[in-house]
Design a protein around this ligand. Structure first.
Ligand code: PDD
Length: 283
């Protein structure tokens, strides 16, 4: 039977209930994380849970979790479900209170829910690459917070899906920010270009791993805004996320990237990523 986590209690998924007045449901008032499990080990869990605590702080959500307590909860969940390879989704809402925009006073207990899902690495897509569509970034101006408010991302992804594309690449007035659920890179003349990690994008953990690989390999990691036109004229294009890893992009808005083949810098980053899975996954 599938078990999910509600606060620190494991519950049968079929019996799991959340309250009608949960602020996550009414306002999207909460934050989340998504962590990968490889071979029964959590990958970059420290970085993910530190980001969760940062997101909580940025929305004034008081939580008493620590990186250690969150890691323990997630391990418990994975073990209870016998999942060794997959992903763990975890969200925390501001809690249950009668609907009123301002924070409840006195404050209420946050509600943590989590589930785990088994799946394999996306080997075929990592080999062949994926297609993407570009679309205007209509989201709020605190995209650095991993908030439950994802309607802008949802609409962007739906647009891409309509065109049978894997991801939507968002741009503000022609400047590429990030994907609906990934970061974006344009590789030109051996240099990896990506949007700076400011309020307009989520500072992806996979993005940080890519930066580490670039440092190891002597590849320049250039954090400067670039245009959709620059992206379309790049030698290689990548998107990255916890589930997509270092994913090559071979087509943008129906137009092939370069010659449509996955390029050498992408392959180098993918190899480096495999090494980081080994070195940064822990029990
Ligand atoms: N999404 N940007 C956005 C908007 C994202 O939603 C994500 C991840 C990323 C990449 O972050 P990371 O490398 O830490 O996964 C960038 C997760 C996977 C999700 O929403 O399920």
């Amino acid at each position: 039977m599938t078990k999910v986590l509600i606060n620190d209690v494991l519950v049968d998924e079929k019996e799991a209930k959340v309250a009608f007045n949960d602020r996550g449901y009414n306002f999207g008032d909460g934050i989340y994380e998504y962590v990968r499990l490889y071979d029964n080990k959590l990958f970059t869990a420290q970085e993910h849970f530190e980001r969760l605590l940062r997101s909580a702080g940025e929305i004034g959500l008081d939580v008493d979790y620590t990186v250690e307590s969150l890691t323990k909860s997630v391990r418990l969940l994975a073990e209870a479900n016998g999942v060794t390879d997959g992903g763990v989704y975890m969200q925390v809402t501001r809690g249950v209170a009668p609907r009123d925009h301002a924070f409840p006073t006195p404050s209420v207990e946050p509600v943590l829910t989590a589930f785990v899902k088994a799946y394999d690495r996306p080997y075929k897509a990592l080999e062949d690459g994926v297609t993407v569509m570009t679309t205007e970034d209509i989201r709020w101006l605190r995209c650095d917070i991993k908030s439950l408010n994802l309607l802008g991302n949802v609409l962007a992804k739906e647009y891409a899906t309509k065109y049978n594309a894997e991801e939507a690449i968002q741009h503000r007035n022609g400047i590429v920010t990030e994907g609906a659920s990934s970061n974006v890179y344009a590789i030109k003349d051996g240099i990896v270009h990506t949007h700076p990690a400011n309020h307009l994008i989520l500072n992806g953990i996979t993005r940080r791993v890519i930066q580490w690989i670039c440092d190891d390999e002597g590849i320049t990691f250039h954090e400067e805004p670039f245009s959709v036109e620059f992206l379309k004229n790049a030698d290689e294009v990548i998107i990255s996320s916890t589930s997509a890893e270092v994913m090559p992009v071979v087509k943008i808005d129906g137009q092939v990237v370069k010659d449509g083949q996955v390029g050498p810098v992408t392959r180098k980053l993918q190899k480096g990523f495999d090494r980081y899975i080994e070195s940064h996954s822990h029990e």
